[in-house]
Design a protein around this ligand. Structure first.
Ligand SMILES: N[C@@H](CCC(=O)N[C@@H](CS)C(=O)NCC(=O)O)C(=O)O
Length: 202
């Protein structure tokens, strides 16, 4: 049976959450590293919407949403509380994150206002992390790649915020062995390349 194929982009937060799930479940795929301005024809054939990640399963079915890839790999049923945090991340926080990072791509956007708006989600997430219990590995993986992107934009400012629990949680995610396996570097995939297996065997 053919091995599943994952079209992925190393730094994309959606692709990171999908790869984290593959690492955690030791779900082996052929990883095809995509350059977004030069997307492979086969990827667009199986998923015309053109976003990464895309997972082509052995039975030829296609999963083209990062959360669905996570659910498939981890056999994860998303609870109501998890759904709440994922929605806030994917809708509210991502909206402000994009405008904070790339204000010039939008009309009439002030990056500091966007940072402030994003911060209300981060302060709430800090309280949620403080309460403990609710943030299992799957939910954590679904959220942290986006917080990582936000933090990296201005690390000094992020580190100076009073989000003690959030800082510790993010550091733990970034220092994890799973994350380092998730972030292996691969060159752009080209038709005819030898398959790159992911996750790499330990
Ligand atoms: N809802 C999708 C979003 C994926 C997504 O937007 N990925 C970005 C890269 S980080 C992308 O492929 N952008 C290309 C585009 O929108 O044309 C998911 O969860 O998989």
């Amino acid at each position: 049976m053919a091995i599943p194929i994952l079209y992925s982009f190393r730094r994309c937060p959606y692709a990171i959450r999908a790869r984290m799930a593959l690492v955690r479940s030791e779900f082996t795929v052929e990883l095809r590293e995509v350059v977004l301005r030069d997307r492979p024809g086969h990827m667009l054939e199986i998923s015309p919407k053109g976003t990464v990640p895309v997972l082509l399963l052995s039975d030829e079915s296609v999963i083209e949403e990062s959360l669905e890839i996570m659910q498939h790999a981890l056999q994860w049923e998303i609870s109501e509380v998890e759904h709440h945090w994922i929605s806030r991340n994917d809708d509210e926080f991502k909206f402000h994150l994009d405008r904070y990072k790339y204000p010039n791509r939008y009309d009439d956007v002030d990056e500091i206002e966007q940072r402030t708006a994003a911060s209300s989600y981060l302060a709430d997430l800090d309280s949620f992390v403080q309460q403990g219990g609710g943030l299992g590995p799957a939910l954590s993986d679904a959220l942290f790649p986006f917080v990582r992107q936000f933090a990296n934009h201005d690390r000094t400012w992020f580190d100076s915020q009073p989000w003690t629990y959030l800082h510790t949680w993010l550091r733990k995610c970034l220092d994890s062995e799973e994350f380092s396996r998730c972030m292996t570097k691969n060159k752009q995939w080209r038709e005819g390349d030898e398959p790159t297996l992911f996750p790499m065997l330990q």
